[in-house]
Write a protein that binds this ligand. Sequence first.
Ligand code: UDP
Length: 494
Amino acid sequence: PLPLPLPHVVLLASPGIGHLTPLAELARRLVTHHGFAATLVTLSTAGFSDAAAEAAVLSSMPATVSIAALPPVALDDLSPDVGFGAVMFELLRRSLPHLRALMLSSASFTSTAALVCDFFGTAALPVAAELGVRGYVFLPNSFALLSVMRFVAELHDDAAPGEEEYRDLPDPLFLLPGCCLRHAELPDGFRDRADPVYAYVVEEARRYARADGFLVNSFEELEPAMAEGFRCDAAEGAFPPVYAVGPFVRQKTGSEDEEEEDDELGCLEWLDRRPVGSVVYVSFGSGGALSVAQTAELAFGLESSGHGFLWVVRMPSLDGNCYALGAGSHDANVNDPLAWLPEGFLERTKDRGLAVAGWAPQTRVLAHPATAGFVSHGGWNSTLESLASGVPIIAWPLYAEQKMNAAILTGVTGVALHPPVGREDGFVTRHEVVAAIRELVEGDKGSAVRRRAKQLQEAAARACMPEGSSRRALGEVAAKWRAELGNGTRVHEL
Ligand code: UDP
């Protein structure tokens, strides 16, 4: 008899390296640990993300993960000021006919057990239902974000017509187990009904009830109260089951099959020459941009701190926007961010500091013994990568859900310090930079945060061991998918 085809799963990636990396890791684990074949579907994202970084992730996938790029869709009718989030939701929505066609024409269609979409992509859940496959949502983020999404939709739907908007409600607005969130800490676009992305967020959250389940890039010991809350809701049938399957952290091994750019090697070789625990790594993710004045102030702060630093400098924002769309381009020949640093800074700090233009091999920098702390925008991947290496954080949130992450990491999880932001506009002075770095690396408060980061490093490692909670949770989902295929409960006769 012919061997049965491997059970197959289709994963639809939202644009951006912060989405692609963990979804690709999910695909990798489904094929290497759970015997699945996978198709990782990407969208045409010219201008929205860093093509080089995304290509590097895709080229590192094992052969049992096929890559399929959907054709581009037109977005030029959207007004330029609808904002990044609304463009993402539209891009995903408009790509659905291509996704449907791809799945139907796939040789693996009859063995496809599930379609997994990402944040921004739940408009694909009805496609899964129509094709008779399970529809799951992978959230490259925390239980907390999932909780806030539910809360926003419920609040919206419960509001009587004409009732005050929740932006007018008193703080604290939202109580996560063990944590109050102030209104200002809610993710961008969630705070104001007039924001073009608000309606998309509400619609996205409403679709959650239709998902067969959620996979969250978190682990039980990181968000225990949240995980328990979702477990109770699932038991009562109030919400689909939510599985903590992370942390998905891409570890470049430096083996021959992974190409390394010279500047990546440069960072690591530089770290090799630094004393253990002497360097603060500074990076604001794939899209974070500081103003010209804030870039200079941070430089003066790093210079005065007396500590070593490795700073991924990006082009400063000239328009007040702290998110630079497509800022992932790290082609220093086009724009040289280092040219924006204060006069003489590089020369004065060359003995203990390294400033690199645009990009560093972050997971390896964080895993390096010389790295003592991370000044971070608090993107969720960066957070997990820091925890996976036991590195404590100075949370410097800029956009998206980063303020919420910062509030939780400082107030609940205890793995981060806030720079003491004194100014209304969020500008951080050089003295505050110095104080935060010294506290994190040498201070008493810092010592508790350092200890906690090490505890969570161990917990993250435990979660991913063969008998660990995250590995078991993904195994449970995989077994469910496999059993449904085996039972012939799938309906493919369309
Ligand atoms: N990253 C990197 N080098 C850099 C900046 C970012 O490798 O210089 C990677 C980082 O390791 C993480 C991702 O880009 O995996 C950024 O994701 P995150 O969720 O932290 O933030 P986002 O960019 O989505 O805001």
